[in-house]
Design a protein around this ligand. Structure first.
Ligand code: FE
Length: 338
Protein backbone atom coordinates (compact mmCIF):
# COMPACT_ATOMS: atom_id res chain seq x y z
CA UNK A 1 0.00 0.00 0.00
CA UNK A 2 1.34 3.44 -0.92
CA UNK A 3 1.85 5.97 1.81
CA UNK A 4 -1.11 7.94 0.45
CA UNK A 5 -3.38 4.88 0.45
CA UNK A 6 -2.26 3.90 3.92
CA UNK A 7 -3.08 7.42 5.05
CA UNK A 8 -6.56 7.25 3.49
CA UNK A 9 -7.19 3.84 5.07
CA UNK A 10 -6.20 5.20 8.47
CA UNK A 11 -8.59 8.14 8.04
CA UNK A 12 -11.38 5.78 6.98
CA UNK A 13 -10.78 3.57 10.04
CA UNK A 14 -10.84 6.61 12.27
CA UNK A 15 -14.10 7.87 10.75
CA UNK A 16 -15.67 4.42 11.06
CA UNK A 17 -14.62 4.11 14.69
CA UNK A 18 -16.01 7.53 15.52
CA UNK A 19 -19.27 6.70 13.76
CA UNK A 20 -19.68 3.35 15.50
CA UNK A 21 -18.89 4.76 18.91
CA UNK A 22 -21.04 7.84 18.41
CA UNK A 23 -24.41 6.36 19.43
CA UNK A 24 -22.92 4.92 22.64
CA UNK A 25 -21.16 8.14 23.46
CA UNK A 26 -24.36 10.07 22.86
CA UNK A 27 -26.40 7.73 25.06
CA UNK A 28 -23.81 8.07 27.80
CA UNK A 29 -23.66 11.83 27.70
CA UNK A 30 -27.22 12.76 28.49
CA UNK A 31 -29.39 12.63 31.56
CA UNK A 32 -32.95 13.73 32.31
CA UNK A 33 -33.77 14.49 35.94
CA UNK A 34 -37.03 15.23 37.77
CA UNK A 35 -36.19 17.08 40.98
CA UNK A 36 -38.30 18.00 43.98
CA UNK A 37 -35.19 19.54 45.49
CA UNK A 38 -35.34 23.12 44.33
CA UNK A 39 -33.38 24.51 41.41
CA UNK A 40 -31.24 26.79 43.53
CA UNK A 41 -29.91 23.79 45.50
CA UNK A 42 -29.54 21.41 42.60
CA UNK A 43 -28.43 23.48 39.60
CA UNK A 44 -24.85 24.09 40.85
CA UNK A 45 -24.40 20.32 41.14
CA UNK A 46 -25.68 19.67 37.65
CA UNK A 47 -23.34 22.34 36.31
CA UNK A 48 -20.36 20.89 38.17
CA UNK A 49 -21.11 17.41 36.86
CA UNK A 50 -21.51 18.63 33.29
CA UNK A 51 -18.24 20.46 33.57
CA UNK A 52 -16.42 17.43 34.99
CA UNK A 53 -17.83 14.77 32.66
CA UNK A 54 -19.44 16.45 29.66
CA UNK A 55 -22.75 14.80 30.54
CA UNK A 56 -25.60 17.02 29.49
CA UNK A 57 -28.34 17.30 32.12
CA UNK A 58 -31.89 18.38 31.37
CA UNK A 59 -34.17 18.77 34.36
CA UNK A 60 -37.49 19.96 35.66
CA UNK A 61 -38.29 20.87 39.26
CA UNK A 62 -41.69 20.59 40.95
CA UNK A 63 -43.20 19.27 44.18
CA UNK A 64 -42.81 15.50 44.67
CA UNK A 65 -46.56 14.85 44.21
CA UNK A 66 -46.84 16.29 40.68
CA UNK A 67 -43.47 14.77 39.68
CA UNK A 68 -44.56 11.29 40.71
CA UNK A 69 -47.92 11.76 39.03
CA UNK A 70 -46.09 12.78 35.88
CA UNK A 71 -43.83 9.70 36.00
CA UNK A 72 -46.91 7.53 36.45
CA UNK A 73 -48.85 9.00 33.55
CA UNK A 74 -45.84 9.04 31.22
CA UNK A 75 -45.15 5.37 31.95
CA UNK A 76 -42.66 3.76 29.53
CA UNK A 77 -42.54 7.00 27.51
CA UNK A 78 -41.13 9.04 30.37
CA UNK A 79 -37.91 10.83 29.45
CA UNK A 80 -36.85 10.87 33.13
CA UNK A 81 -33.83 8.84 34.20
CA UNK A 82 -33.66 9.93 37.82
CA UNK A 83 -35.95 11.40 40.45
CA UNK A 84 -34.52 13.47 43.29
CA UNK A 85 -36.67 14.25 46.31
CA UNK A 86 -36.65 14.81 50.05
CA UNK A 87 -37.85 12.52 52.82
CA UNK A 88 -37.63 8.74 52.86
CA UNK A 89 -41.44 8.68 53.09
CA UNK A 90 -41.64 10.12 49.56
CA UNK A 91 -38.94 7.86 48.11
CA UNK A 92 -40.57 4.84 49.70
CA UNK A 93 -43.86 5.89 48.09
CA UNK A 94 -42.22 6.17 44.67
CA UNK A 95 -40.74 2.68 45.06
CA UNK A 96 -44.09 1.36 46.25
CA UNK A 97 -45.76 2.68 43.11
CA UNK A 98 -43.14 0.89 41.04
CA UNK A 99 -41.70 4.12 39.64
CA UNK A 100 -38.12 3.16 40.52
CA UNK A 101 -35.74 0.52 39.27
CA UNK A 102 -33.32 -1.42 41.50
CA UNK A 103 -29.70 -0.71 40.65
CA UNK A 104 -26.57 -2.57 41.66
CA UNK A 105 -23.61 -0.41 42.59
CA UNK A 106 -20.74 -1.28 44.90
CA UNK A 107 -19.85 2.42 45.03
CA UNK A 108 -23.28 3.43 46.35
CA UNK A 109 -23.25 0.53 48.81
CA UNK A 110 -19.91 1.58 50.20
CA UNK A 111 -20.52 5.36 50.24
CA UNK A 112 -24.01 5.29 51.80
CA UNK A 113 -24.70 3.64 55.19
CA UNK A 114 -27.32 0.86 54.96
CA UNK A 115 -29.96 2.62 57.12
CA UNK A 116 -30.02 5.55 54.66
CA UNK A 117 -30.90 3.61 51.52
CA UNK A 118 -33.53 1.14 50.33
CA UNK A 119 -32.63 -2.48 51.09
CA UNK A 120 -33.98 -3.24 47.60
CA UNK A 121 -31.60 -0.64 46.06
CA UNK A 122 -34.40 1.43 44.52
CA UNK A 123 -33.43 4.68 46.26
CA UNK A 124 -30.43 6.12 48.01
CA UNK A 125 -29.98 8.86 50.59
CA UNK A 126 -27.64 11.64 49.43
CA UNK A 127 -27.81 13.97 52.42
CA UNK A 128 -28.99 13.62 56.01
CA UNK A 129 -31.46 15.95 57.69
CA UNK A 130 -31.65 15.75 61.47
CA UNK A 131 -35.01 16.47 63.13
CA UNK A 132 -34.06 17.49 66.60
CA UNK A 133 -35.05 19.55 69.64
CA UNK A 134 -34.85 23.35 69.44
CA UNK A 135 -35.13 25.46 72.60
CA UNK A 136 -35.18 29.02 73.85
CA UNK A 137 -31.88 29.56 75.66
CA UNK A 138 -33.36 32.18 78.01
CA UNK A 139 -36.13 29.91 79.21
CA UNK A 140 -34.63 26.43 79.12
CA UNK A 141 -31.22 25.00 79.94
CA UNK A 142 -29.90 22.03 77.98
CA UNK A 143 -29.76 20.05 81.25
CA UNK A 144 -33.57 20.05 81.42
CA UNK A 145 -33.82 18.30 78.06
CA UNK A 146 -33.31 14.60 77.38
CA UNK A 147 -35.52 12.81 74.84
CA UNK A 148 -38.36 13.30 72.34
CA UNK A 149 -40.48 11.22 74.72
CA UNK A 150 -39.72 13.58 77.62
CA UNK A 151 -41.43 16.43 75.74
CA UNK A 152 -44.68 14.62 76.62
CA UNK A 153 -44.00 15.14 80.33
CA UNK A 154 -46.41 17.50 82.12
CA UNK A 155 -43.46 19.72 83.08
CA UNK A 156 -43.65 21.03 79.47
CA UNK A 157 -47.36 21.90 79.72
CA UNK A 158 -48.07 25.04 77.70
CA UNK A 159 -44.41 25.27 76.60
CA UNK A 160 -44.16 23.13 73.44
CA UNK A 161 -44.48 24.24 69.80
CA UNK A 162 -44.89 21.84 66.89
CA UNK A 163 -45.26 22.05 63.15
CA UNK A 164 -48.44 20.60 61.63
CA UNK A 165 -48.82 16.81 61.38
CA UNK A 166 -49.71 17.30 57.69
CA UNK A 167 -46.04 17.68 56.90
CA UNK A 168 -44.31 14.49 55.87
CA UNK A 169 -41.36 15.33 58.20
CA UNK A 170 -43.56 14.81 61.26
CA UNK A 171 -45.28 11.79 59.76
CA UNK A 172 -41.82 10.27 59.27
CA UNK A 173 -40.75 11.19 62.80
CA UNK A 174 -43.82 9.51 64.31
CA UNK A 175 -43.51 6.51 61.96
CA UNK A 176 -39.90 6.02 63.08
CA UNK A 177 -41.02 6.25 66.70
CA UNK A 178 -43.62 3.55 66.06
CA UNK A 179 -40.86 1.39 64.56
CA UNK A 180 -38.80 1.85 67.68
CA UNK A 181 -41.23 2.16 70.58
CA UNK A 182 -44.31 0.40 69.26
CA UNK A 183 -47.67 1.98 68.57
CA UNK A 184 -49.03 2.10 72.14
CA UNK A 185 -46.03 3.88 73.62
CA UNK A 186 -45.77 6.27 70.64
CA UNK A 187 -49.43 7.17 70.99
CA UNK A 188 -48.91 8.06 74.67
CA UNK A 189 -45.98 10.27 73.71
CA UNK A 190 -47.70 12.12 70.88
CA UNK A 191 -50.80 12.57 73.03
CA UNK A 192 -48.56 14.13 75.68
CA UNK A 193 -47.05 16.48 73.09
CA UNK A 194 -50.50 17.66 72.04
CA UNK A 195 -51.45 18.24 75.69
CA UNK A 196 -48.29 20.35 76.13
CA UNK A 197 -48.80 22.63 73.11
CA UNK A 198 -48.42 26.33 73.86
CA UNK A 199 -50.37 27.33 70.76
CA UNK A 200 -51.77 26.05 67.45
CA UNK A 201 -49.43 24.00 65.26
CA UNK A 202 -47.30 25.91 62.76
CA UNK A 203 -47.34 25.62 58.95
CA UNK A 204 -43.55 25.37 58.76
CA UNK A 205 -40.41 24.83 60.83
CA UNK A 206 -39.24 28.42 60.39
CA UNK A 207 -42.39 29.98 61.89
CA UNK A 208 -42.21 27.46 64.73
CA UNK A 209 -38.59 28.36 65.50
CA UNK A 210 -39.37 32.07 65.30
CA UNK A 211 -42.10 31.49 67.90
CA UNK A 212 -39.56 29.75 70.14
CA UNK A 213 -37.12 32.64 69.69
CA UNK A 214 -39.89 35.12 70.49
CA UNK A 215 -40.70 33.28 73.71
CA UNK A 216 -44.18 32.21 72.61
CA UNK A 217 -43.05 28.71 73.55
CA UNK A 218 -39.91 27.24 75.09
CA UNK A 219 -39.15 24.17 73.05
CA UNK A 220 -40.01 22.42 69.77
CA UNK A 221 -38.91 19.85 67.18
CA UNK A 222 -37.47 20.88 63.82
CA UNK A 223 -34.95 20.24 61.06
CA UNK A 224 -31.52 21.67 61.76
CA UNK A 225 -31.13 23.48 58.41
CA UNK A 226 -34.06 25.78 59.23
CA UNK A 227 -32.30 26.60 62.47
CA UNK A 228 -29.12 27.26 60.47
CA UNK A 229 -30.90 29.64 58.09
CA UNK A 230 -32.47 31.60 60.94
CA UNK A 231 -29.16 31.90 62.77
CA UNK A 232 -27.39 32.98 59.58
CA UNK A 233 -29.86 35.86 59.31
CA UNK A 234 -29.71 36.78 62.97
CA UNK A 235 -27.03 35.17 65.14
CA UNK A 236 -28.44 36.83 68.26
CA UNK A 237 -31.70 34.83 68.27
CA UNK A 238 -31.95 33.10 71.67
CA UNK A 239 -32.42 29.59 70.27
CA UNK A 240 -30.20 26.51 70.31
CA UNK A 241 -30.24 22.89 69.18
CA UNK A 242 -30.31 19.94 71.55
CA UNK A 243 -29.48 16.35 70.55
CA UNK A 244 -32.05 14.10 72.24
CA UNK A 245 -31.97 10.36 72.96
CA UNK A 246 -28.19 10.25 73.13
CA UNK A 247 -28.26 7.60 75.89
CA UNK A 248 -30.73 5.63 73.79
CA UNK A 249 -31.25 5.15 70.10
CA UNK A 250 -30.18 8.61 68.86
CA UNK A 251 -31.49 11.59 66.92
CA UNK A 252 -34.20 11.07 64.31
CA UNK A 253 -32.67 11.46 60.87
CA UNK A 254 -34.19 11.53 57.42
CA UNK A 255 -32.72 11.93 53.97
CA UNK A 256 -32.89 13.74 50.75
CA UNK A 257 -32.18 11.23 48.04
CA UNK A 258 -32.77 9.82 44.59
CA UNK A 259 -33.69 6.77 42.58
CA UNK A 260 -33.29 5.64 38.97
CA UNK A 261 -36.67 5.58 37.24
CA UNK A 262 -38.33 2.36 36.11
CA UNK A 263 -38.10 3.34 32.43
CA UNK A 264 -34.78 5.23 32.46
CA UNK A 265 -33.33 5.57 28.96
CA UNK A 266 -29.86 6.36 30.33
CA UNK A 267 -29.67 3.96 33.23
CA UNK A 268 -25.89 3.63 33.35
CA UNK A 269 -25.40 7.39 33.14
CA UNK A 270 -27.93 7.80 35.96
CA UNK A 271 -26.06 5.30 38.15
CA UNK A 272 -22.76 7.03 37.43
CA UNK A 273 -24.29 10.37 38.41
CA UNK A 274 -25.64 8.90 41.67
CA UNK A 275 -22.22 7.44 42.40
CA UNK A 276 -20.66 10.83 41.82
CA UNK A 277 -23.23 12.50 44.10
CA UNK A 278 -22.28 10.10 46.89
CA UNK A 279 -18.55 10.69 46.41
CA UNK A 280 -16.33 12.87 48.56
CA UNK A 281 -16.05 15.31 45.62
CA UNK A 282 -19.77 16.05 45.43
CA UNK A 283 -21.10 15.39 48.93
CA UNK A 284 -20.32 18.85 50.24
CA UNK A 285 -21.84 20.48 47.16
CA UNK A 286 -25.01 18.49 47.75
CA UNK A 287 -25.30 18.85 51.54
CA UNK A 288 -23.78 22.27 52.24
CA UNK A 289 -26.12 24.15 49.90
CA UNK A 290 -28.91 23.43 52.41
CA UNK A 291 -26.81 23.09 55.58
CA UNK A 292 -27.51 19.36 55.69
CA UNK A 293 -25.19 16.52 56.65
CA UNK A 294 -23.32 14.41 54.08
CA UNK A 295 -24.46 10.75 53.99
CA UNK A 296 -20.94 9.60 53.18
CA UNK A 297 -19.31 9.12 56.60
CA UNK A 298 -15.90 9.98 55.11
CA UNK A 299 -17.05 13.55 54.40
CA UNK A 300 -17.23 16.34 56.99
CA UNK A 301 -20.22 18.65 57.15
CA UNK A 302 -20.00 22.40 56.47
CA UNK A 303 -18.15 24.22 59.32
CA UNK A 304 -21.41 25.91 60.43
CA UNK A 305 -23.08 22.50 60.67
CA UNK A 306 -20.05 20.94 62.39
CA UNK A 307 -20.31 23.78 64.88
CA UNK A 308 -23.62 22.41 66.16
CA UNK A 309 -21.70 19.47 67.62
CA UNK A 310 -21.55 15.75 67.01
CA UNK A 311 -24.49 13.48 67.80
CA UNK A 312 -25.49 9.87 67.70
CA UNK A 313 -28.10 9.22 65.02
CA UNK A 314 -30.87 6.64 65.03
CA UNK A 315 -29.81 3.67 62.89
CA UNK A 316 -33.23 2.24 62.11
CA UNK A 317 -33.65 2.09 58.32
CA UNK A 318 -35.44 5.24 57.14
CA UNK A 319 -37.69 3.12 54.90
CA UNK A 320 -39.78 2.59 58.08
CA UNK A 321 -40.89 6.21 57.60
CA UNK A 322 -42.70 5.03 54.48
CA UNK A 323 -43.83 1.62 55.69
CA UNK A 324 -45.46 3.06 58.82
CA UNK A 325 -46.65 6.39 57.40
CA UNK A 326 -50.35 5.49 57.22
CA UNK A 327 -50.23 4.17 60.79
CA UNK A 328 -48.49 7.36 61.91
CA UNK A 329 -51.06 9.63 60.25
CA UNK A 330 -53.92 7.71 61.87
CA UNK A 331 -52.22 7.84 65.26
CA UNK A 332 -51.70 11.61 65.06
CA UNK A 333 -55.31 12.04 64.01
CA UNK A 334 -56.54 9.94 66.97
CA UNK A 335 -54.75 12.10 69.52
CA UNK A 336 -55.88 15.36 67.92
CA UNK A 337 -52.49 16.42 66.53
CA UNK A 338 -53.63 18.80 63.78
FE1 FE B 1 -37.51 21.31 54.49
Amino acid sequence: MSIRNRYLAAIATLILSVMSSAPTAYARDELVIYSARNEQLIKPLFDAYTQATGTEIRFITDKEGPLMQRLKSEGPNSPADLIITVDAGNLWQAAQEDLLKPVQSKVLESNIPPHLRDSGNRWFGLSIRARTVVFNTRKVSAGELSTYEDLADPKWRGRLCLRTSNKVYNQSLVAMMIAELGETRTEQVVKGWVANLATDVFPDDTKMMEAIAAGQCDVGIGNTYYFGRLKEKDASLPIALFWPNQQGSGVHVNISGAGVTRFAKHEQAAIRFLEWLSSAQAQNLFADANLEYPVNPAVKAHPTVEGWGAFKQNLINVSKAGELQVQAVKLMDRVGYK
